[in-house]
Structure formats: structure tokens, C-alpha cells
Design a protein around this ligand. Structure first.
Ligand SMILES: C[S@@+](CC[C@H](N)C(=O)[O-])C[C@H]1O[C@@H](n2cnc3c(N)ncnc32)[C@H](O)[C@@H]1O
Length: 200
């Protein structure tokens, strides 16, 4: 079990209950929160915290559930930060509200818009990218982000097992670089993990 502070744990529990109810009744897929499953969120937290990441980019914020986990994983020093991209304006608003409730406004910047265009505009460097948006645009985002990654960058991508067809292009693009050790962990919807072998 991962121990976060009591207010954060209570907020995450509340968001999980909200998403379970909302996603069960939402008329359209775009209205669902589609948050990480708890075991996947805990693994993401573990990976980011244990490898001491400090410049994290999340693609696909939804209402901020996973961003709260990511930000808690990198609370190491004052410059550590998560940038998170969301194209749905209502979800971006909800994410900012939830991040405020988690006292993480200074730690997470939510940028609204199309992920690929925003990735082009970001300077980097990033030592961790979490891909959790539409999957099919992930190869384009990876291409834009590769020059902005640190030598030991960690790439995480959800839905490796739930949407194998949609994520295949991303996994192939990672492998094609020849620079990453990769692994798919059968947790939740399947977490694809790639760690860049240190460049000389
Ligand atoms: C699976 S949800 C993200 C869940 C979130 N990471 C969490 O665990 O709390 C995917 C989100 O990505 C957003 N999205 C999908 N494609 C996108 C794109 N091309 N650019 C920006 N956001 C996108 C959707 O609006 C949706 O809110």
C-alpha cells in the first residue's frame, strides 16, 4: 500500500467514487473521466518516485486524477513540475479545481489544447512522459518529444492491453528508435514502460 497524506488520500478516494459513478452513466465516451485504475496509478507513482523524476509531461489530463499521483511522486524540490495536456475545456477546468483541492496548483500546469501541437511548443527537457490520450496520435507526439528527452527518460503509456491495435503504432515507434528497454506490465489496462538506455 502506498501512503499519501490523509487529505490527498481522501481526495483520490472521492475522485475514484465520482469517476465510477460518472463513467457508468455518461451518455458519451467524451464525458467519461477514464482515470487510471488504482493499481496502475500506484505503479506509475512508484516508478516516477523511485527513479526520482523531476520534469514530467502528461498527455491526457482528464480531471486530474493521474496528475495528482504524478505530482505527489515528484515532490522532491521546488523546481519539480508536471505539465499536463488536455483538449477538453471542461475537463481542464475540473482538473485545475481538483489540483487546487490537492494543493498542487504550483506543481502542475494544465495546458489546454491538442497534444501534438502543444508538444511542439514545449521546450523540455523532460525525464518522464506519460501517454494517456488518444493513443493514435502518440507516435507524432513521440517524434516531436524525442529531442526534448533526457538521456535516461522514462516513457509510460496506458492501454497497452486494452487497445493493442490503437497503441501498436506508438510501441513500434519506441522500438524503432533502438534506444529504449521496454516492458508491458499486465496491470489495469496494461502499462507500457520504456526507459531510455543512457546515451554515451
Ligand atoms: C484516458 S483519459 C486521461 C485520464 C487521466 N490520465 C487520468 O488517469 O486521470 C484521456 C484524456 O485525453 C484527452 N485527449 C485525447 N486525445 C487528446 C489529444 N489529442 N490532445 C489532448 N488531449 C487529448 C481526452 O479528452 C481525455 O480527457
Amino acid at each position: 500500500m502506498i501512503h499519501l497524506d490523509a487529505p490527498t488520500s481522501a481526495l483520490l478516494d472521492r475522485l475514484e467514487r465520482y469517476a465510477a459513478d460518472n463513467d457508468a452513466h455518461a451518455a458519451e465516451r467524451s464525458q467519461k473521466m477514464l482515470n487510471l485504475e488504482r493499481p496502475t496509478a500506484e505503479l506509475v507513482y512508484w516508478l516516477v518516485a523511485s527513479s526520482k523524476r523531476s520534469r514530467v509531461l502528461e498527455i491526457g489530463t482528464s480531471n486530474g486524477y493521474s496528475a495528482i499521483w504524478l505530482a505527489n511522486a515528484l515532490k522532491l524540490n521546488s523546481t519539480d513540475k508536471v505539465i499536463s495536456i488536455e483538449r477538453d475545456p471542461a475537463k481542464a477546468v475540473a482538473a485545475r479545481e481538483n489540483l487546487k483541492a490537492a494543493s498542487l496548483t504550483q506543481r502542475v500546469e494544465v495546458i489546454e489544447g491538442d497534444a501534438t501541437a502543444i508538444c511542439e511548443s514545449l521546450a523540455g527537457p523532460f525525464d518522464c512522459i506519460f501517454f494517456d490520450a488518444d493513443r493514435v496520435s502518440a507516435p507524432a507526439q513521440l517524434a516531436v518529444l524525442l529531442p526534448k528527452l533526457t538521456p535516461d527518460a522514462l516513457l509510460l503509456a496506458d492501454n497497452a492491453l486494452s487497445h493493442p491495435g490503437e497503441i501498436a503504432g506508438y510501441i513500434a515507434a519506441v522500438e524503432a528508435t533502438g534506444e529504449f528497454d521496454t516492458l508491458t506490465v499486465p496491470v489495469g489496462k496494461g502499462l507500457h514502460i520504456a526507459r531510455r538506455r543512457n546515451a554515451p
